[in-house]
Design a protein around this ligand. Structure first.
Ligand SMILES: CCCCCCCC(=O)SCCNC(=O)CCNC(=O)[C@H](O)C(C)(C)COP(=O)(O)OP(=O)(O)OC[C@H]1O[C@@H](n2cnc3c(N)ncnc32)[C@H](O)[C@@H]1OP(=O)(O)O
Length: 206
């Protein structure tokens, strides 16, 4: 793939650099995800609520002194962890990453509930957008941003069922990279598909 000699001269997403983390980092992120799941699931009596609040405030006090700038935190930079160790991302694991495309596997969990047992519709563009960022990077495209992202919801997206998302570059026209992807269940049934345009940033663009 062509290497962009101006890669570091503009804003946008920085060149991806893997972070080294302590073994407990992945466990912490998973515990925090569990807290997210519980936070949208519980109905607690006053005593339990007060205890949870006090413990959460203690956790905040432990973590707060260690805030670092965007590119210094390992969050999002540990590829072996679900969601690359970022709480924002879906906790999925990349299993293929090359110029032919990127494939990732995982589940939508209680935290992602929209209604009636199905994932919130807004969580799918998050999954696809992150996959498209990785896909264009794996293809060797320069730093780009999503100009549009279209999702077709073909079936209800279930929670807690293993699903697979797979994307590839369809074509490149100058600064424009056209990418598409599918979300399927393990029986190969199509749940959603998406296509997006990513536009290469010009020098000075963020
Ligand atoms: C590793 C993990 C990475 C995760 C990656 C996640 C990626 C993201 O989510 S980025 C966040 C969401 N996106 C954004 O915030 C982008 C905001 N928008 C922008 O910054 C700008 O509009 C930007 C950079 C996309 C394009 O602006 P600009 O450089 O002025 O482009 P512009 O000259 O208007 O257009 C370039 C080409 O793209 C086309 N184009 C631009 N936007 C669109 C659009 N929405 N629809 C169709 N075509 C478009 C133009 O028509 C033009 O085509 P042509 O060259 O054929 O005439």
């Amino acid at each position: 793939m062509a290497v962009d000699e101006h890669y570091n001269e503009h804003g946008g997403f920085p060149k991806f650099e893997t972070a080294k983390v302590e073994p407990e980092y992945g466990e912490l992120i998973e515990a925090l995800r569990r807290v997210q799941d519980l936070a949208v699931s519980v109905d607690m009596p006053a005593d339990a609520l007060k205890a949870a609040l006090a413990q959460t405030q203690q956790l905040v006090a432990t973590m707060e002194p260690h805030v670092v700038p965007e590119r210094k935190t390992p969050a999002g930079r540990v590829p072996r962890l679900p969601g690359r160790g970022s709480l924002l991302m879906l906790p999925w694991t990349v299993e293929k990453f090359d110029a032919d495309g990127v494939r990732s596997r995982g589940v939508f969990r209680r935290f992602h509930l929209g209604g009636n047992g199905a994932a919130h519709g807004g969580t799918l563009p998050l999954l696809f957008d992150d996959l498209f960022g990785l896909t264009q990077h794996a293809y060797g495209r320069p730093i780009s941003r999503t100009a549009y992202l279209h999702v077709n919801y073909r079936k209800i997206t279930p929670l807690n069922q293993p699903l697979v998302v797979e994307g590839h570059v369809d074509k490149v026209e100058g600064r424009k990279t056209f990418i598409s992807a599918t979300l399927k269940n393990e029986d190969g049934e199509l749940i959603a598909d998406s296509d997006a345009l990513m536009v290469q940033l010009l020098p000075g663009q963020q």
